[in-house]
Design a binder for this molecule. Structure first.
Ligand code: ADP
Length: 591
């Protein structure tokens, strides 16, 4: 896995754990804070209760002293503060009742206190009334009864009990509140620490990710630069297109060879740098070979590659000024096949020099062959006369020599004929006299030409064919088949059989020459169609071949718009195929 990917995975895992931990600690600190607030509230309530009880006590004392003052002096001045104290007492009692409602025990204690206070207030009222109505003596009697003092003592006692209990509670609550405060501080502190740690971790990860992506970016830029340099320094033209053949990129060689600026080529269809008629005929050829319609546009270049077949062929590139030059073009599909297809890469090598060389060589060979032909004919004639003893009987040794010389002169003359033949066919100097030919007739004629040799070798030829006709130069076609049959005989063993068959395939007919001979190695199957290519260097000597037969055969077949190829299994035999278009009327019927 890439570095960035690993870091990202770690980051997701760490942030999930961190978030869960942060959530837990935050919840803890929320709980602690809530509890701290509640504990503080309870503290405040306790303080307030103690204060309210003290106020109650003070108000009672106040009312009592003013009541006594009135009783002793009879002055009405004492009655106002007495009444005020009573009013405030009432309010204080209400507040106490309200505040203590949630606390059952304290509520009960205050409720128990209330009748005693009421009784004390009643005694005060009685004293005031007695002084007002009965004078000093009546008041003294009430004071002497000591009822007021007993009630006051009882009230003081009860208030003291409640206050003491509340003070004890207060101490407990203060301790509890301190503990809560400590755990709250701890929880909040932990939350902050965890938060800081998470922030730190996130910053480190982001920093590392940034550094990694910067590195990746630089590496990508370098790779692109290297790639561009390689492409531009290549001695091949490289053009990439999308799936519709629209040019996407071109390298320096393509710009130079085609004399366009890259920007002029990008966006145009690749067919614009090809020869239209070449595309047309390649389209037709592929249509026949693949049994499906292949349009004569960019598709003639890419169809094979699209189906995953390696495609390499010779064609022409057209420069900006309209001139053309030959190239060997290799087309590769980019991306996977089918839906993943991203486009095509077209790599081509300039064949101008090779073609010029080949032309020179051909011309040279042609001239030499022409020059050889006339003296060879007279050498062959003279040797023939000598060998046959027309010029007089030769001693046995000399006769043998004359025979060897004649055989080799024949070989040389065949070679010269083949060279000149190939030269003429390839250059188009021999016009193909194409007429409608019945294939059965063509095949029969071809077999007749070789049947004596086959018989001599003890080899049988089995013919099977369909009803069909082709447009062909009969003589040349027979020449091509005779060459294939001749090879099959040459490379078979005595007693082997040869099959010569023809079958329709769409709008074409496929001929097959199958033998049971020595076979051809896989890597030679293509090469044997080149001039002077033989599987074994001794073939020319032992089998009397020139290495030109298959090249001539291919030229003839291609001049008829067909193709020839071979399949073989070493030691078990070879099959040569010739595919040719059916005569027009039959092709129409076939479609
Ligand atoms: P040649 O005159 O040497 O036969 P060709 O061009 O006809 O020239 O054939 C080229 C070479 O291909 C042969 O020399 C031989 O090595 C190989 N070859 C052709 N046909 C066969 C075959 N039927 N079986 C085995 N090898 C073959």
């Amino acid at each position: 896995m890439l570095m960035g990917g690993r870091i990202r995975l770690w980051m997701i895992a760490a942030s999930s754990v961190g978030l869960v931990a942060l959530g837990a600690v935050s919840w803890l600190s929320y709980r602690s804070t809530q509890e701290l607030i509640a504990a503080n509230q309870r503290l405040v309530q306790a303080h307030k209760l103690i204060e309210d009880l003290t106020a109650l006590h003070v108000l009672l004392d106040d009312a009592e002293s003013n009541c006594r003052g009135y009783a002793l002096s009879g002055k009405a001045d004492y009655l106002r503060p007495y009444d005020d104290a009573l009013a405030q007492l009432d309010v204080t009692m209400q507040v106490l009742r309200h505040d203590l409602a949630p606390d059952r025990d304290r509520s009960r204690q205050v409720q128990e206190l209330e009748p005693v206070i009421q009784a004390r207030l009643d005694v005060m009222k009685e004293l005031v009334q007695a002084r007002t109505e009965g004078g000093f003596d009546a008041a003294v009697r009430i004071v002497r009864s000591d009822r007021g003092k007993r009630l006051s003592d009882e009230i003081r006692q009860q208030i003291a009990v409640v206050q003491n209990e509340e003070r004890n509670d207060l101490l407990d609550r203060e301790r509890e509140s301190r503990e809560r405060a400590r755990s709250t501080i701890l929880a909040v502190g932990l939350t902050c620490l965890l938060g800081i740690a998470l922030l730190l971790a996130a910053s480190i990860v982001i920093y590392r990710l940034n550094r990694q992506s910067e590195k990746d970016h630089v590496a990508l830029q370098n790779a692109e630069r290297i790639q561009r340099t390689i492409l531009n320094s290549a001695a091949y033209s490289m053009i990439s297109t999308d799936t519709a053949g629209v040019i996407q990129t071109v390298n320096a060689a393509a710009e130079k060879w085609l004399q366009y600026k890259g920007a002029e080529l990008i966006g145009s269809n690749v067919s614009s740098v090809h020869d239209t008629s070449e595309l047309q005929s390649r389209g037709e050829q592929l249509t026949r070979a693949m049994g499906m319609p292949v349009p004569g546009d960019y598709q003639a270049l890419v169809t094979k590659a699209r189906y995953g077949v390696a495609d390499e062929f010779e064609c022409s590139y057209v420069r900006k000024d309209g001139t053309r030059f030959p190239v060997l073009l290799a087309v590769t599909a980019l991306g996977g096949g089918g839906n993943d297809l991203a486009g095509y890469l077209m790599i081509s090598a300039d064949l101008s020099e090779q073609h010029a060389m080949r032309k020179m060589k051909d011309e040279f060979v042609s001239i030499v062959s022409h020059e050889l032909r006339t003296p060879l004919t007279s050498i062959k004639g003279a040797l023939g006369l000598l060998a046959r003893g027309v010029t007089g009987a030769l001693p046995p040794k000399a006769g043998e020599m004359a025979h060897i010389a004649l055989t080799n002169a024949d070989r040389l003359s065949r070679l010269v004929d083949d060279i000149l033949d190939l030269q003429r066919i390839e250059s188009g100097r021999i016009a193909m006299d194409k007429r409608t030919c019945d294939i059965a007739h063509l095949m029969k004629q071809s077999v007749e030409s070789v049947h004596l040799v086959a018989e001599g070798e003890g080899i049988t030829i089995a013919i099977s064919h369909c009803q069909a006709s082709i447009k062909a130069d009969r003589e040349r076609m027979v020449q091509a088949f005779v060459n294939l049959l001749g090879n099959a005989i040459k490379f078979s063993r005595r007693g082997n059989g040869i099959e010569f068959a023809a079958e329709r395939s769409g709008s074409s007919v496929i001929f097959r020459v199958r033998d049971e001979g020595r076979g051809i190695p896989k890597d030679k199957l293509e090469r044997i169609f080149e001039r002077f290519e033989q599987v074994d260097a001794s073939d020319a000597r032992e089998k009397g071949g020139t290495g030109l037969g298959l090249a001539i055969c291919r030229s003839i077949v291609e001049q008829h718009g067909g193709r020839v190829w071979a399949e073989s299994e070493l030691g078990r035999g070879s099959t040569f195929y010739v595919q040719l278009p059916l005569a027009e009327a039959e092709a129409v019927a076939a479609n």
